[in-house]
Design a protein around this ligand. Structure first.
Ligand SMILES: CC(C)(COP(=O)(O)OP(=O)(O)OC[C@H]1O[C@@H](n2cnc3c(N)ncnc32)[C@H](O)[C@@H]1OP(=O)(O)O)[C@@H](O)C(=O)NCCC(=O)NCCS
Length: 259
């Protein structure tokens, strides 16, 4: 597949960019807490573009550093159209568009996914999009560019989704599934330069639009910025899981959709 070839070629660039992002986030946090010298060090390593944000040497005395300049207006704000796909053939056809978005978004911290993960995503999608109840929401800019997507599917009656929590054992009545009770929001992703303008929220509501499930569920890494985002969307913590021995710990969340 063309995107997979492109993926391998771009990996090195991605890793360099992620490292720069890490340093930039750290510098921002240090500057906010008054550690301007330390921030300047990270900015120095990140590159000249950030030198204008925090003035080196302005802090280090316990005083608060000068406030960072507010971000400039969003450079890429464009009208966005939302589509819900429930037809398996259409969902299959969308794969070539969503795979590069997946690849770009999950190469970022804290995920730092390499080339194997997008390949696994493709393999899983090829199977899952044929599952009854599969839904895919797409966000297209009016120039046609896909700027985000979300997809999910119902939990089946034989799911082990509510088993093996590290810190809780949900009641039997809570964990009972019949293939229609719970919709699993498996993935949601918005391109980095399109975030913070409501695209993720609209993708989430489009995905669940008209659904008959009683509740939605998902897992999220506690350190991911999206953990707080899901709480804003009304998700509540069920418990923590670790799908396999060396896997990261995830927060398992649920959102009631009807009473
Ligand atoms: C999580 C994600 C999909 C959110 O998309 P987005 O388009 O930036 O989100 P929105 O602009 O719709 O945000 C909606 C609201 O949440 C707020 N918000 C955005 N990011 C937030 C964050 N990290 N923490 C708390 N609130 C947040 C927004 O301010 C907005 O509030 P408002 O409705 O009061 O104005 C996007 O950040 C993303 O793709 N992240 C990387 C991939 C990822 O982590 N996916 C989840 C995997 S489990």
């Amino acid at each position: 597949m063309t995107w997979l070839r492109r993926s391998l070629e771009r990996q090195e660039v991605m890793y360099a960019r992620n490292e720069a992002l890490h340093r930039g986030h750290l510098a921002g946090a240090l500057a906010r807490f008054g550690e301007a010298d330390e921030a300047a060090h990270h900015i120095e390593r990140r590159g000249a573009a950030y030198r204008s944000v925090v003035r080196p040497g302005a802090g280090g005395t316990g005083r608060r550093a000068p406030r960072a300049r507010p971000d400039p207006p969003h450079p890429m704000r464009r009208p966005v159209d939302y589509t819900l796909i429930t037809d398996p053939a259409d969902a299959g056809r969308a794969l070539d568009d969503i795979a590069p978005v997946y690849e770009s978004v999950f190469a970022e911290p804290p995920y730092l996914e390499g080339p194997r993960d997008p390949a696994m995503f493709v393999e899983t999608h090829q199977r899952e999009h044929k599952t009854p109840g599969f839904r895919l929401a797409l966000a297209h800019a009016t120039d046609g560019e896909l700027v985000g997507f979300a997809y999910g599917l119902p939990l089946t009656s034989s799911t082990g989704w509510w088993d093996g929590f590290l810190d809780t054992t949900p009641a039997q009545d809570f964990s009972r599934e019949d293939g229609q009770r719970t919709f699993f929001v498996k993935e949601i992703a918005v391109l980095a330069d399109q975030r913070g303008q409501g695209v993720g929220r609209r993708l989430h509501s489009t995905l669940l639009d008209g659904i008959t499930a009683q509740r939605a569920t998902l897992t999220v890494r506690p350190e991911a910025p999206s953990a707080a985002w899901y709480e804003r969307l009304g998700y509540e913590l069920v418990g923590h899981t670790q799908p396999w021995g060396s896997a990261p710990v995830y927060r398992s969340l649920v959102k009631p959709l009807r009473t």
